[in-house]
Write a protein that binds this ligand. Structure first.
Ligand code: CDP
Length: 220
């Protein structure tokens, strides 16, 4: 394992990873965190946890005030609830995440994590653009929608959730459209992010390319 402090970049290393649903950014973020010995935050879980709080309370997901209060009161224990990974939670998270007050409440949480002394890897939609605009290593991970749907289908089947490929592709297209078009922190690559298309890459190949990019950016 390499040190998170190698290379010419001074200070703790922060790696920002963004990209659309099921692009492989989560797997990549976990592997990069292990490789560089850094803590990892899957920021999608924060939005999923806000949505789950509303669902458990029987509150409408479009109630922005309730969503903002849930975001402000979010506790770390919520983030390990296995229900957060269910298919419906991705869509629910996407709905609450367009509320600016929800994003503002979660921003300080994410920044605190990123500013820790050891450095960090964060993955999400707006890490390179809003949460950690100064991160020396920014990756934007993407893949064709059909390939992302195929991966997410396998992942959900592995968890015992029965769905069809067509339903997942429809979810992914709807989520891409909502996440990219919202006014508050839309999904887009930061100007200084390196785009990595993983359509033709397996997890090992994507990891090897991501490390090569990180090493190059760290030394720049
Ligand atoms: O794993 P997957 O890409 O399907 O979803 P996720 O990363 O857990 O994110 C779920 C939803 O939360 C996304 O569709 C976004 O709408 C929202 N999100 C966001 O707005 N900003 C982030 N930094 C992370 C997630």
């Amino acid at each position: 394992m390499n040190s998170g402090r190698t290379g010419r970049h001074a200070g703790p290393l922060v790696i920002a990873i963004d990209g659309p649903a099921a692009s492989g950014k989560g797997t990549l973020a976990r592997r990069l965190a292990l490789h560089y010995g850094l803590p990892h935050l899957d920021t999608g879980l924060l939005y999923r946890a806000v949505a789950l709080t509303l669902i458990d309370a029987g509150t409408d997901l479009d109630d922005g005030g309730a969503a903002a209060r849930a975001a402000g009161a979010l506790s770390a224990e919520r983030l390990s609830d296995p229900r957060l990974r269910e298919r419906a939670m991705g869509e629910a998270a996407s709905r609450v995440s367009s509320v600016p007050e929800v994003r503002a409440a979660l921003l300080s949480w994410q920044r605190k994590f990123a500013e820790g002394a050891q450095g960090a890897v964060l993955d999400g939609r707006d890490i390179g653009t809003v949460v950690c605009p100064g991160a020396p290593v920014k990756l934007f991970i993407t893949a064709a929608p059909e390939e992302r749907a195929r991966r997410r289908h396998l992942e959900l089947l592995g968890r015992g959730e029965e769905t069809t490929l067509a339903a997942i592709l429809a979810d992914i297209r709807a989520r891409d459209a909502r996440d990219s078009s919202r006014a508050a922190a839309p999904l887009k690559a930061a100007e200084d992010a390196v785009v990595l298309d993983t359509t033709e890459l397996d997890a090992d190949a994507a990891f090897a390319q991501a490390v090569a990019i990180a090493e190059r950016l760290k030394a720049a």
